[in-house]
Design a protein around this ligand. Structure first.
Ligand SMILES: [Cu+2]
Length: 98
């Protein structure tokens, strides 16, 4: 989990202790709502898997899912690219909704 203070300080943190390692955080300051169509999200187990994966990425994220329409709505502070990556890593195929 990343603190709001660090996120607000900038997208890059230079960890002097470990030398020149630059860690990039794909987080934004304000929460945003992202909507995806996830065709292979077909039941409650899929929703549970995705919710767990997305909350590991962003503990404060709010996840709404509708298996009928395959809508997955993620409200949180992780960048869209990071959310998409987490969905793919969980084994699903997200398509951003316009
Ligand atoms: Cu399922």
């Amino acid at each position: 989990m990343i603190s709001g203070a660090v996120a607000a300080a900038g997208s890059r943190l230079d960890l002097a202790i470990t030398g020149r390692l630059i860690v990039e955080f794909s987080f934004i300051q304000e929460s945003q709502m992202l909507e995806f169509t996830v065709e292979d999200m077909t039941c409650g187990h899929c929703v549970a898997t995705l919710t767990k994966a997305l909350q590991q990425l962003d503990a404060g994220a709010r996840i709404e899912a509708d298996v009928q329409t395959h809508l997955l709505r993620v409200t949180g502070t992780a960048a869209a690219s990071a959310v998409e990556q987490a969905i793919r890593a969980a084994g699903y195929t997200p398509q951003a909704r316009g």
